[in-house]
Design a protein around this ligand. Structure first.
Ligand code: NAP
Length: 303
């Protein structure tokens, strides 16, 4: 079978379409891949910023159809499903024609959600879900979300803009301002769309959520407030603000969270990013587009 992977680390040119044996089913659920999303972690793994054993098949997100279902798994051949693999921990990447999973980490894709869209949901959606679960009580709080226009940020914004009991400011790039002003108008949450770090008041926010990588905004948290980040490579030093509750989120496989993200998408209540589809052979082009910065929406590869 074909799989997108690397035999050495480096620039996008090290990406190859490898020819590998199909996974051994045993008691696992095998998915025939329809689409697999490209995420920043894939770029960091490919470049060597995050160490991995080689050769490696990349990818965390996948949607497709069940090719083999173990008895009692609750799935049948042909079911439409989505799944997330912790590629760095398990060495199993999603960018292959067939991928074997523990069925307990696989969920059905609701009717009406295309598989190319479903493939964009797991890593970004589950990370956002887990971050919000670990966010202190948001009632009556002043919140700053950095990077609302990103993959994870989009899921966070979709949820936070529905919460009328909090005031949520969004920090986006200047080019995203009008789109986000439009998106937040008429939504329950009060707050502004900001584009300039100079607009951010120092020590004014109860909760700062960094989904983009702006460690300087640690200073925007008021004393006894909370700072939550998902970007370990651009995170502030927690010791520099001992008066702030600091959390670095590390996403975990969780089927219930996957189901919740898929259901939210089916209700049309998720972020609805534009999905760009490229074939496996254009994986290097996909990485180049993301690496340049400024890419909006989600990019998926299809076998
Ligand atoms: N800890 C975990 O478990 C976990 C899980 C998932 C993702 N992550 C990490 O979280 C980060 C975000 O992931 P993602 O999939 O959401 O990536 P993404 O789609 O690239 O989104 C990041 C967004 O943040 C924006 N941004 C960065 N700095 C900003 C600033 N100062 N002001 C406004 N916007 C800013 C970027 O804009 P530009 O494109 O214009 O730069 C981009 O739109 C990545 O580093 C990823 O590796 C961590």
């Amino acid at each position: 079978m074909r799989a997108v992977g690397i035999t050495r680390t480096g620039g996008p040119e090290v990406l190859e379409v490898l020819d590998l044996p199909e996974p051994d089913a045993a008691d696992r659920l095998v998915i025939k891949t329809a689409a697999t999303a490209v995420n920043p972690v894939d770029l960091a793994t490919r470049s060597g910023q995050i160490p991995t054993s080689l050769p490696a098949v990349l990818g965390w997100d996948l949607a497709g159809t069940v090719a083999h279902a173990p008895a009692g798994s609750g799935f049948r051949t042909g079911d439409r499903v989505l799944a997330m693999t912790a590629q760095l921990g398990t060495g199993v990447g999603s960018m292959a024609e067939y991928v074997a999973f523990d069925p307990k980490y696989v969920a059905h894709v609701p009717d009406g959600v295309p598989l190319t869209d479903a493939a964009t949901l797991p890593l970004a959606g589950v990370t956002a879900t887990q971050l919000l679960r670990s966010t202190p009580d948001r009632h009556g709080k002043r919140i700053l979300l950095i990077g609302a226009q990103g993959g994870v940020g989009g899921h966070l914004a979709a949820r936070l803009l529905d919460e009328e009991s909090a005031r949520t400011d969004l920090l986006v790039r200047p080019a995203d301002r009008s789109a986000w002003q439009e998106r937040r108008s008429g939504r329950p949450a009060d707050g502004a769309v900001l584009t300039d770090l100079a607009q951010i008041e120092s020590r004014a926010y109860d909760i700062v959520i960094d989904a983009g990588g702006a460690p300087d905004l640690f200073e925007a948290v008021r004393p006894q407030g909370a700072f939550l980040t998902i970007t370990p490579f651009s995170a502030p030093d927690p010791a520099s603000r001992p008066d702030v509750a600091y959390t670095l989120i590390s996403v975990e496989l969780d089927r219930d969270d996957l189901v919740s993200v898929a259901d939210t998408a089916a209700r049309g209540a998720g972020p609805r990013p534009e999905t760009t589809v490229l074939p496996f052979e254009e994986a290097a082009e996909a990485h180049r587009r993301l690496e340049r910065g400024g890419f909006r929406g989600k990019l998926v590869l299809v076998p």
